[in-house]
Design a binder for this molecule. Structure first.
Ligand code: NAP
Length: 329
């Protein structure tokens, strides 16, 4: 033991600069990682007797959000498109939360029929809905159409959730105070709504499409808040951070190998799904947000959305366009 301590001492004395560099860099990197992990929702709010529906809850931040909602005592509905993955996730969520009241329902946001069928099912089986979390998302896929012929990212990320929310509004109004949480992204900041070519048929670019769909989430949240004023149904949009999930499943494999290798070290700085779920949870339960609606959050704090995300005329125009696309009166 004596020899070992002596050897370490000698090594440190001989390589003083190197050891100091490694230590400072290591501590710095961990501090940076901790800082990038962002805020944590500290609310102890309980959700006993309440019902929460989360779209895309079989993986990623949706699953972590579901675990948290279940731990708070809610009945949690996982609205997912792959029943095998969803049932496996439900088992895990029941186990981790100790709450058996976790159910799975079928929802493919790329099909308006599926959205309508889920809403019908929820009306038949649930007598309340306290929190709707529009979380499911698809990012940077190749050109692709939904069952109804809409561009996939706009169709899934915005139109499917737009219809679902509208079809569940009566139940949310019956369960006030209730909340609608839309998981958007920082990507909305460079987004634009292409009103003259909403399906990007003239010139499809996968990132342009993702940005448009995430800006639509912010504008939808804003217009919904205006329409729900005085009802005690409140709405929230958010950026969850940059998180290690399956969201890159379409574009990551299509990157050249050298680029994939280059980005691997950056994975160390990404949020975990638990960390990525914190702002969604904050918007869903934090007591301080009870009387605010239509705003945008990041790292468990209010953040100003980009100017195009605060454009009320564009929000109304998008609402009208979306309503006509999904066949809502
Ligand atoms: N990860 C990030 O860094 C990041 C950053 C900013 C914003 N976001 C947003 O966070 C949300 C959650 O993403 P995540 O990172 O947790 O990604 P993820 O791990 O890929 O999870 C996405 C979820 O959405 C579901 N989904 C996709 N298409 C669907 C469809 N047509 N119908 C129903 N469900 C569908 C997926 O189901 P399957 O498993 O069956 O495909 C999955 O459950 C998304 O809205 C995303 O835009 C994420």
């Amino acid at each position: 033991m004596q020899d070992y301590t002596q050897a370490v001492k000698e090594f440190v004395e001989e390589h003083y600069t190197g050891v100091t560099f490694v230590l400072v860099t290591g501590v710095g990197l961990f501090a940076l990682r901790r800082w990038l992990a962002g805020g944590v929702c500290h609310s102890k709010a309980r959700l006993d007797g309440k019902t929460v529906l989360i779209t895309g809850a079989n993986t990623g931040i949706g699953k972590e959000t579901a675990v948290d909602m279940a731990k708070r005592g809610a009945r949690v509905i996982l609205a997912c498109r792959d029943m095998g993955r969803a049932n496996k996730a439900a088992d895990e969520i029941r186990k981790r939360s100790g709450n058996g009241n976790v159910v799975v329902k079928m929802l493919d946001l790329a099909s308006l029929n599926s959205v309508r069928a889920l809403a019908k099912d929820v009306h038949q089986t649930e007598d309340r809905l306290d929190i709707l979390i529009n979380n499911a998302g698809i990012m940077m896929c190749p050109p692709w159409k939904t069952e109804d012929g809409f561009e996939m990212q706009f169709g899934v990320n915005h139109l499917g959730h737009f219809l679902l929310t509208n079809l569940l509004l009566d139940l949310l109004k019956k369960s006030t105070p209730s909340r609608i949480v839309n998981v958007s992204s920082l990507a909305h900041e460079s987004g634009k709504i292409h009103f003259d070519d909403i399906n990007l048929e003239k010139n499809y670019e996968m990132l342009v499409s993702y940005r448009q769909s995430k800006l639509a989430n912010v504008l939808f949240t804003r217009e919904l808040a205006a329409r729900l004023k005085g009802t005690r149904v409140t709405t929230y949009a958010l950026h969850p951070g940059v998180i290690r999930t399956e969201l890159g499943r379409h574009f990551f494999p299509s990157m050249p190998l050298w680029k994939r290798i280059l980005v691997i070290p950056f994975f160390f700085f990404l949020k975990t799904p638990w960390q990525g779920a914190q702002t969604t949870i904050y918007c869903a339960v934090d007591e301080s947000l009870q009387n605010t609606s239509g705003l945008y959050y990041s790292d468990c704090a209010l953040k100003e959305a980009a100017p195009q995300g605060r454009d009320d005329a564009a929000a109304r125009r998008l609402w009208d366009l979306s309503a006509s696309m999904v066949g809502l009166a």
